[in-house]
Design a protein. Structure first.
Length: 205
């Protein structure tokens, strides 16, 4: 699910890989974007498995992360991360993948896989907090899956980078405050370990 949400926003990097491949070794121009996607998705797969492992380990030792306070805390932490220099540095590289592709290019499909993995690392640095917000708001909610995926795409493509990040931070901050104060006002909300908090969850798969 995480990989599916991230892949659409990586199309610009995929096109850059295809263009560089066509100029350097036309034999691999066709499969290069697919090889890039394999490397990119492999990084997000590892992130997802790591997160699942942490949760499973916590449950095994009797620690059950969940509840409204934890979910609201995740949202507030994600809002703060949006304003950090680390987020800004990662986002700049995600928004301008051509430099990464040209600098680290290696010929052949393995080179495209490597570029995908490198780009995936920057995307993890850019978007891990938004993904954590998705978990906090309701991992099984199609509403929040679409909203978070939209925020990721806006941050990566909107011409005004600062407007996108500050806007996203404001949205996360507002959601965190609402979750503390009036959780029923947050649509499609499922608190991890706390069940459904809003009637709109009835529409979520």
């Amino acid at each position: 699910m995480m990989a599916a949400m991230m892949l659409p926003s990586s199309t610009r990097a995929g096109r850059a890989v295809a263009e560089v491949s066509a100029r350097t070794d036309a034999r691999w121009a066709g499969p290069a974007p697919a090889a890039f996607a394999i490397g990119y998705l492999a990084v997000w797969l590892m992130v997802g498995l790591a997160g699942a492992g942490v949760l499973a380990t916590g449950r095994a030792v009797g620690v059950h992360p969940g509840g409204r306070a934890v979910a609201a805390g995740v949202l507030l932490a994600a809002a703060l991360y949006e304003l950090t220099p680390v987020k800004d540095a990662c986002l700049r590289r995600c928004r301008h993948p051509v430099g990464l592709v040209v600098t680290h290019w290696r010929p052949g499909p393995l080179g495209a896989v490597r570029i995908g993995a490198l780009y995936g690392r920057w995307c993890v640095g850019c978007c891990w907090a938004l993904m954590a917000s998705f978990f906090a708001l309701g991992i099984m909610s199609a509403v929040w899956m679409a909203i978070v995926a939209g925020l990721i795409a806006i941050e990566k493509t909107l011409p005004w980078r600062r407007v996108a990040t500050y806007g996203t931070a404001g949205i996360l901050l507002a959601l965190g405050v609402l979750l503390f104060a009036v959780p029923d006002a947050v649509p499609g909300l499922t608190i991890p370990g706390g069940g459904m908090m809003s009637p709109m969850n009835q529409m979520s798969p």
